[in-house]
Design a protein around this ligand. Structure first.
Ligand SMILES: Nc1nc2c(ncn2[C@@H]2O[C@H](COP(=O)(O)OP(=O)(O)OP(=O)(O)O)[C@@H](O)[C@H]2O)c(=O)[nH]1
Length: 374
């Protein structure tokens, strides 16, 4: 009898031991995966890649239903940097929130900043998960992201399991994760700033020709692959030399800045504007027909003509532009994207020349493209 009892106890102990060993192995495996993910985060090649990892791969790796990231972006810099890389990204739009101020995060994270684990409270937490459906969430982990004593963002995990993130549970791993993500974010932002500096026109703040030429190749390939129209606009400020000669180089620079902003103000997110050089700007309009492009060009022309440059002594210096519009044309004999790009620019430039010849302050459209059969 006693032997049977001992045997049964032994078996129960063995089962417990097996379960513990299994849990330890699972934990070890989990730690190994986290370790791998941390290395991937550290190795992210860009801000976009880092955010995609956090919002996409991490979600799968952690086995949580939802992940959200909020970043303080008071100057709109992060938004601009991300657009530079990828104008629209569904992973990002689902999980990323850019905040004008740190105030919402200060309300979320009390000092000393540490991960907060607990029950999901729709009133407080629903907004943290952005566009994702949040009705099923039961527990959340909110990780403050900080650098140099400032809150720079917040990382949010949401689970349908009420016990997944329980108040009072250990947060060592999450603390480490928030430290790593904070450093990676700062470093990725710095990398993007360096990259952007090489792709931006220092005077006007719009893209430079180098960026445009790169973007143009991407847009041409997309346009051909999806058989969608692509419009290109060449803009030149009229009699710019007279502005420089009559009012000084500083006034000329101010006109360039103002014109760049006015053009930008008329464009959509996926459009690209760049300073081509001197007083010339160039614009790419994906998925835009010739008729629409001519309308947009006319809006730009009119906006610039209506906004003269305010002069220090009062009054305004009139500014006008001539604009040439061309559509991507597919010549089956030309397959090299670089040559197609040159042809598109040449056609827009010819239309611009016709606008100058026609008396300036006007829009001229080049011939409509034939079909998209390539
Ligand atoms: N202020 C300023 N001027 C520039 C800059 N880059 C080029 N320019 C000037 O832009 C002027 C361009 O003059 P032109 O090419 O003769 O053309 P325009 O006077 O605009 O005449 P049209 O194009 O025929 O209407 C030159 O005087 C250049 O020195 C710049 O960055 N800042």
């Amino acid at each position: 009898m006693l032997i049977d009892q001992l045997k049964a106890e032994n078996q129960a102990l063995k089962r417990q031991l097996d379960a513990l060993l299994q849990a330890a192995r699972a934990n070890e495996e989990k730690m190994r995966r986290f370790d791998q993910l941390e290395h991937q985060l550290i190795g992210a090649g860009s801000l976009l890649e880092l955010l995609r990892m956090l919002l996409g791969e991490y979600r799968a790796a952690f086995g949580v239903e939802q992940i959200g990231v909020a970043l303080v972006d008071s100057e709109g810099e992060t938004r601009r940097l991300l657009q530079l890389e990828q104008p629209s990204d569904s992973t990002l739009s689902a999980g990323l929130r850019l905040l004008d101020t740190a105030a919402p995060l200060q309300a979320l994270h009390a000092l000393p900043w540490k991960p907060w684990l607990g029950r999901f409270d729709p009133a407080r937490h629903a907004g943290l998960f952005s566009a994702m459906p949040v009705g099923m969430l039961r527990s959340v982990a909110l990780l403050p992201l900080s650098r140099h004593g400032q809150l720079i963002g917040s990382l949010h995990f949401g689970s349908t399991d009420p016990q997944r993130y329980e108040a009072g549970a250990g947060t060592q791993f999450l603390e480490r994760l928030s430290a790593i993500v904070s450093v990676c974010l700062e470093s990725a932002l710095n990398q993007e700033r360096v990259k952007r500096a090489g792709l931006t026109d220092a005077l006007t703040g719009v893209h430079n020709r180098r960026y445009f030429e790169h973007r143009q190749l991407v847009e041409i390939s997309l346009s051909i692959r999806y058989r969608q129209p692509l419009a290109c606009m060449f803009l030149d400020i009229d009699h710019f030399k007279r502005i420089n000669d009559g009012h000084g180089h500083g006034a000329g620079d101010a006109v360039l800045r103002q014109v760049g902003q006015l053009i930008q103000g008329q464009l959509r997110l996926g459009d690209t504007i760049a300073r081509w050089g001197g007083e010339e700007f160039v614009v790419l309009l994906p998925r835009t027909s010739g008729v629409q492009a001519a309308e947009i060009a006319e809006r730009i022309r009119s906006a610039i003509a209506q906004h003269g440059l305010p002069l220090p002594g009062g009054g305004e210096l009139p500014v006008t532009t001539s604009i040439g519009v061309a559509m991507l044309r597919i010549d089956p004999s030309i397959r090299e994207p670089r040559l197609i790009a040159e042809g598109l620019i040449k056609n827009a430039d010819q239309a611009l020349y016709a606008a100058k010849e026609g008396g300036r302050n006007r829009v001229v459209s080049g011939p409509e493209p034939g079909s998209f059969e390539g």
